[in-house]
Design a protein around this ligand. Structure first.
Ligand SMILES: Nc1ncnc2c1ncn2[C@@H]1O[C@H](COP(=O)(O)OP(=O)(O)OP(=O)(O)O)[C@@H](O)[C@H]1O
Length: 294
């Protein structure tokens, strides 16, 4: 894509993000008719003698938001790291955009990396560079665009995530929610087909977290991307997901649409949902204290 095309596309994204969201969840039939953009086939993984993933099979469809949930230590991050190519590739186990991650030549892997965006837990911005420099990193590493074009593209993506004008600041000057949005700007700066988000709402209060959910939904709509989100946050998963994958001690317990997970009769799925009410319920008095700083 030329830089002019890319800029035109970004302006189109900004206009779409400003429009009211009208998206409905696709039906099961609609979803299953779409091509697979992620395919995991009988994936096992062990750290030394400790097996942490057991026979994982899942797919993500074009334009879908798939949320991967599970208790602490259930294997979510390990699975995500396999999906984005950070674990030793195993032929035939993980395919992204129809490419087998385990049998790509280095230049093919680079080509694939240009089509995926990743935002890791805690935002993971480099504290020694400005927000705009952070957003430009993938462009610097994966393209040979000129400095001016990179500046324009970074600024457009900052505008997409509502951080216009904050590019010159250092990450330490941003709030938690702004850091998350900046890391999303970095993840989408190459206009990826696939976006991976690791715990986007961790550490955020419910209001900021809900705004981030809205941003993820609108990004999917405006950019026509598929999104895989690893999350502990059940409310967020119910809001944004088309389907939810539930991991339990390295095993897939369920891959279902939101309503089916909500109404699941599986005791372990229900345990996970109920744990939310104990672990994640916000005490209104505590929330008010945090807001007012008292
Ligand atoms: N580098 C490692 N070496 C050995 N064991 C590891 C390593 N990384 C993770 N594990 C173990 O693998 C299991 C799965 O970990 P993983 O981080 O994927 O879980 P998770 O579901 O993402 O957990 P959390 O929600 O707490 O981040 C855990 O038991 C963890 O202790």
């Amino acid at each position: 894509m030329t830089s002019a095309e890319s800029q035109r596309e970004a302006l189109h994204h900004i206009a779409a993000l400003r429009a009211e969201s009208t998206a409905q969840r696709p039906t099961e039939t609609e979803l299953m008719a779409r091509p697979k953009v992620v395919e995991v086939d009988h994936l096992d993984f062990s750290f030394g003698s400790r097996q942490v993933l057991y026979d994982i099979n899942l797919d993500v469809r074009a334009g879908e938001i798939m949320v991967i949930m599970g208790g602490s230590g259930s294997g979510k991050t390990t699975l995500l790291r396999h999906l984005v190519g950070l674990m030793p590739p195993q032929p035939g186990k993980v395919k992204l955009l129809n490419k087998d991650m385990g049998s790509l030549k280095p230049n093919e892997l680079l080509d694939l990396k240009r089509k995926i965006g990743v935002a890791f837990q805690f935002g993971a911005l480099f504290s020694s560079m400005t927000v705009a420099e952070n957003v430009k990193l993938p462009l610097r590493e994966l393209t040979d665009l000129g400095e001016k074009t990179m500046d324009i593209m970074a600024n457009l993506k900052l505008e997409v995530v509502n951080l216009s004008g904050f590019g010159g600041l250092m990450p330490a000057a941003l709030s938690g929610g702004m850091v998350k949005r900046a890391s999303i700007a970095r993840a989408i700066v190459m206009d990826p087909k696939l976006l991976f988000l690791d715990e986007p709402s961790s550490g955020l209060d419910p209001v900021v977290s809900s705004a981030l959910d809205d941003l993820i939904l609108k990004l999917r709509e405006a950019m026509d991307i598929s999104v895989v989100v690893v999350s502990h946050d059940i409310d967020s998963a119910f809001k944004i997901a088309d389907r939810i994958t539930v991991l339990d001690q390295g095993h897939i317990l369920a891959i279902e649409r939101v309503e089916a997970i909500r109404n699941s009769t599986n005791e372990r799925v229900q345990n996970l949902l109920n744990r939310r009410s104990v672990e994640a319920e916000v005490d209104p008095a505590e929330y008010l204290r945090r807001l007012t700083g008292d």
